[in-house]
Every structure is written in C-alpha cells, then in structure tokens.
Design a protein around this ligand. Structure first.
Ligand SMILES: Nc1ncnc2c1ncn2[C@@H]1O[C@H](COP(=O)(O)OP(=O)(O)OP(=O)(O)O)[C@@H](O)[C@H]1O
Ligand SMILES: [Mg+2]
Length: 237
C-alpha cells in the first residue's frame, strides 16, 4: 500500500462571509500525479492556498506526512517538502533568473545548490541563456519555467502546481506538461490544478472535479476523461 502524503478532509475556507471551499476531501499518495480540475471560481486556488498555509482553514483538516498541518506557515511547509508553484507564477520580478533560483533554495544549506541550479538549466535551457535577465522582463512561458525551476530548488516531496499552462502558447503548453511528466517520473508526487482538463487528466493517474467549492466527481483519470459529464462540462463537447 502506498503511503498517503497529503490528506484533505472536509476542508472549509471562507473569505469573510463567503464560503469558497465547502467541505472538500481528497488525498494524494506517494508517487501519484493527481489532477484537480474545475471551472473558474470552483475553489481550486483557495484549496491550494489553505494547504500551503496561505489562507486560514475554517473547518476540516489537512494532513501531510501523517500529521495535521493546519495553522502551519508557508515557510515551515516548504521546509517539509510541500512546495507550490502559484497561479500567475509569483516570480521575484526585480531579481535575475539565477537569483530567483537561489531564492527557491532558501531553506537549504547544503553544498549542492549550484549543481541543482545547473539541473534546472538542463531542464529549461532557455533559463540558462537568460540567467542574468530580470525575471520581470521575461515572457509568460519563461516565467512559468522559472517558477517551476524555483520550486524544484526547494527539493519538493509534493509539488502543487496551480494552472501551469494558463495563458501559454500551444508549444509552451506542450513543454510545461512534458516537464511536469518528467518531474513526476523522477519521483516527485504532484497535485496538478488545471483548467486544461484534457491534458491534466491524460497525465494524471487519478483526478478530482471541483464545482462551486465542492468535489463532485473523483476517480481514475482515464475514466473521468471519458465520462460524458466531464466531457460536456470541461472538454467542450
Ligand atoms: N481574496 C479573496 N477574497 C474574496 N473572495 C475570493 C478571494 N479569492 C478568491 N475568492 C473567491 O473564492 C471563489 C473561489 O476562487 P478560487 O480562486 O479558489 O477559484 P479557482 O477554482 O482557482 O478559479 P480559477 O480557475 O479562475 O483560478 C471565487 O468565487 C472567488 O471569487
Ligand atoms: Mg485558480
């Protein structure tokens, strides 16, 4: 039996009086790539923010590595290997690419940081070419690569990706999904939030569908991909 790394049970998150997440439950086991799909405003980002300590939990629980992490701050969670690539990338715009990657390793004090920056450059040669450029002057696709590279510098056990393909050209979307697949193949457990339901479910082993703050469907990703309701709602059929 594979170990459950992340377990969300009955999670509730509210903004003022508005409940954005209304009792969501799901889990991610070691080595899995799980996709969370759903329309605009379904509560996907809010769920990730609650998991990573960026938004307070109003109800339910979040367990990581077998312990409740409710109330823990984002930095502590990164230190434990729970690392997010946020929606909209969140790169440090006034820092260079290399500096952004170094920031990703802020929790580390080992001697492999430079070697790991080289590994990120091997995954994304474009970042190497532009390593002295300020992040804020890079294209959307380059910033997504940088955000993913920065997350890898923290040596994640579980990588949470919030809509990595958003706003990118088809070629860049291919590249990003290819890298997500590679990262997963190299042993990183991945929770992939996407509006590109088709691509996300093709890559994933299991999936969850969120609607209006609730999980409405879940199961084997290929079964979801072929489900008429999912196809009608998320694949434009
Ligand atoms: N800071 C905030 N203050 C108030 N309401 C918010 C805030 N952030 C999100 N919401 C609301 O919470 C609900 C869920 O938003 P959320 O960003 O989690 O959705 P999402 O599934 O990530 O959508 P998208 O696919 O568009 O990114 C929405 O109704 C949104 O308007
Ligand atoms: Mg979102």
């Amino acid at each position: 039996m594979k170990k459950t790394l992340l377990k969300v049970s009955g999670l509730k998150v509210a903004y003022g009086g508005i409940q954005a997440v209304k009792g969501v439950s799901f889990e991610v086991k070691e080595g899995e790539l799980v996709s969370l799909i759903g329309a605009n405003g379904a509560g996907k980002t809010t769920t990730l923010k609650a998991i990573t300590g960026l938004q307070p939990v109003a109800g339910g629980d979040i367990e990581y590595l077998g312990h409740s992490i409710k109330g823990q701050g984002p930095w502590d969670l990164v230190r434990q290997g729970l690392v997010m690539v946020p929606e909209g990338r969140g790169t440090f715009t006034r820092m260079t690419i290399t500096e952004n990657l170094q920031m990703g390793a802020f929790i580390r004090d080992d001697k492999d940081i430079d070697a790991d920056i080289d590994k990120v450059f091997a995954i994304f040669p474009r970042l190497k070419e532009r390593r002295s450029q300020l992040a804020g002057t890079m294209s959307g696709g380059e910033q997504q690569m940088l955000a993913m590279g920065r997350a890898l510098m923290a040596k994640p056990k579980v990588l949470l990706l919030d809509e990595p393909s958003m706003g990118l050209s088809p070629i860049m979307v291919d590249k990003i999904f290819e890298v997500v697949n590679d990262i997963h193949s190299q042993g990183v457990t991945v929770l992939l939030v996407e509006q590109n339901a088709s691509r996300a479910l093709q890559l994933a082993g299991r999936g969850y569908v969120m609607e209006s703050g609730e999980v409405t469907m879940s199961g084997d990703a290929k079964v979801l991909l072929n489900d008429p309701k999912v196809r009608a709602a998320y694949l434009g059929e």
